[in-house]
Design a binder for this molecule. Structure first.
Ligand SMILES: [Zn+2]
Length: 588
């Protein structure tokens, strides 16, 4: 990156996420004890953000257990980045000490980093539900064809021993079937990790919380409960999946035209509801979107999805049926540009054209950051004549996370000594702590840690340490992992913001004098009719170099810096823009 002259120029913008001030010490924070028989919990990701790169590492002695390796979608100031995975570099070289990887459920924010990290960490065994295992196998094949994971499908109440750790699984309701909470037993005590959950007692049997197993924990002297904070600021209890079924049923009876049902591809319980209702009301189902087709296929093969063979038809047949005889089940409810729903709204799909009487159901919540895209999508569909129903108008979506009363119920069942809020922004963690305090857990036994900040338990006592692992953002861009860092992103932002100028200056080796100068620019200004501007830039470069004649050497780094500096000043004065300037000096 160029060093910029200070006068009147904007300071180069560092990415937002690198600009956090050093955190203040937390209440009760102290140095790690380094005593033997200490359980260390290393929060790697998901302790400062909601729905993002969840990852926790348990350490006892020299042994490690990893729980979840999720991904985070990029923010606006990360151009070109596909996603971000947790930083597990501190485990490199300790492959033999990693006893296993537990994946609580199949959502990307808990699984997305698995195909990248597990093969790089000595391919330790991975334990999860049959559904999550099948999804992980597919993801591994997509990321690195030919590479396999050592997957072990588990069921509720299964127990395994992984080195010093004993792990027990229990089913939890969430908006994907096959979700687990886990109990990690170590010589220092028992820790319960909820993963993502809600307490939906009326959910379909394949997706119901194993309340019996949780209640039993209440008598087992649990040391700490690590609990989902995603919805901790919402009072009351989370809506049951069964609650929304009657609303969706109503839509089938009232819609004369086509029904387009947009939801998350991983929400297999919702997909099942739709398929059942489609059969009840004699509509065929067409699936749109790669992840929707893949997940339905996996769900069918494992028995999470049951329907008649003739219910789901291949996409090619969509134009053969009258619109009141079928429904489309698709992804794209987040307003994604390349998704099927957006293509339909933009009249780009040759088979499906919205007509008056069609109904589009947004059966999902809007992921923060997608609001504008979703509004644009809805506008497009409404203009085409569709009616729209979303979860704000009617309960057509039940969230997957515990609200305050659910969290309190979980705490009252588990009766832990310590409470560790996880999975959320700091504000969510704080709200979760308040819930725990209301149930009677004193403030000093609520342990809030940032990503990288180690929590320790020894002799029944726990505290947040001042030891912080350097947790970086690991960016995945195409096939590259970690080769994009904040400096690359700063360059990308500059290129996107103001474009670039390449200066090719010739220097005569024999005389040491300046020769021809060419200016090429992209993304700065439309260069046609800008002959004068280019001429002025050439003049600036020439003048900058003239001062150094006649002893110029093309390899002189100072010359390039000087060109950059002078041209930056000139362009900024003329345009108030700061393109990236790339000087190239050639001999002639
Ligand atoms: Zn989840």
């Amino acid at each position: 990156m160029a060093k910029r002259p200070k006068a009147r120029m904007r300071r180069p913008d560092g990415p937002r996420y690198t600009r956090r001030p050093k955190p203040k010490p937390k209440q009760g924070e102290r140095a790690p004890s380094r005593k033997p028989n200490t359980l260390r919990i290393i929060p790697v990701g998901g302790y400062e953000e909601t729905g993002s790169r969840n990852c926790t590492v348990f350490q006892f002695g020299e042994e490690y257990l990893i729980v979840d390796i999720g991904l985070q979608w990029p923010e606006d100031d990360m151009p070109g980045v596909d996603y971000i995975i947790p930083d597990l570099n501190f485990l490199r070289g300790k492959e033999k000490q990693i006893k296993g990887v537990i994946v609580t459920h199949g959502h990307y924010d808990h699984t997305g980093g698995v195909p990248h990290w597990v093969p790089r960490l000595g391919n330790p065994p991975v334990y999860s539900s049959d559904l999550t295992c099948a999804m992980l196998a597919k993801k591994m094949e997509d990321v690195t064809p030919g590479q396999t994971l050592r997957l072990h499908p588990m069921r509720s109440r299964d127990r395994i021993k992984l080195g010093v750790f004993r792990v027990e699984f229990f089913s939890l309701s969430h908006n994907i079937p096959g979700s687990f909470g886990i109990v990690v037993e170590t010589p220092a005590g028992k820790v319960v990790h909820t993963g993502d959950f809600k307490l939906d007692e009326r959910a379909h049997i394949s997706n119901r919380t194993d309340l019996e197993a949780i209640k039993r924990l209440g008598g087992q002297n649990v040391l700490a409960l690590m609990c989902d904070s995603t919805n901790s600021s919402a009072p009351g209890t989370q809506l049951s999946e069964s609650e929304i079924e009657k609303n969706i049923d109503l839509m089938f009876t009232q819609t004369k035209g086509r029904i387009i049902f947009a939801t998350f591809a991983s929400l297999l319980s919702r997909v099942q509801q739709i398929l059942t209702l489609a059969e009840k009301y004699n509509r065929k189902v067409f699936l749109m979107g790669y992840s929707m087709r893949t997940n339905v296929e996996i769900g069918k093969s494992l028995g999470y999805i049951r329907c008649k063979e003739s219910t789901i038809l291949p996409w090619e047949e969509v134009s053969k049926l009258p619109s009141d005889r079928y429904l489309i089940l698709c992804t794209g409810a987040q307003g994604e540009d390349n998704a099927a729903l957006m293509r339909i709204a933009n009249r780009e799909d040759k088979n499906v054209h919205i007509e008056r009487g069609d109904l589009v159901v947004f059966s999902s919540s809007v992921v923060p950051g997608n609001e504008r895209a979703v509004s644009r999508l809805k506008d497009g569909l409404l203009r085409e004549g569709a009616s729209i129903i979303d979860s704000k108008m009617l309960d057509v979506h039940a969230g997957g996370h515990a609200k305050q009363d659910d969290i309190a119920a979980m705490i009252n069942m588990v009766r832990p000594r310590y409470f560790i809020p996880i999975e959320g922004n700091y504000s969510n963690l704080i709200e979760n702590k308040k819930v725990a305090m209301k149930t009677g857990i004193p403030e000093q036994r609520n342990l809030l840690a940032d990503n990288g900040q180690v929590i320790e338990f020894h002799g029944g006592q726990g505290f947040v340490t001042n030891e912080r692992f350097p947790i970086e953002y690991i960016f995945v861009d195409g096939l590259g992992i970690g080769d994009v860092n904040h400096i690359v992103l700063r360059d990308r932002k500059q290129l996107a913001g103001d474009g670039m100028v390449i200066v090719v200056a010739q220097i005569h080796t024999r005389t040491g004098k300046v020769g021809k100068i060419d200016i090429i620019s992209r993304g700065l200004t439309y260069m046609e009719n800008q002959g004068r501007f280019i001429g002025e830039m050439v003049g600036v470069v020439k003048k900058a170099l003239k001062d150094n004649e006649p002893k110029m050497k093309p390899q002189d780094r100072d010359l390039r810096d000087k060109i950059r500096r002078e041209l930056e000043k000139f362009i900024f004065k003329k345009t108030q823009r700061q393109p990236m300037i790339v000087p190239v000096i050639v001999e002639s």
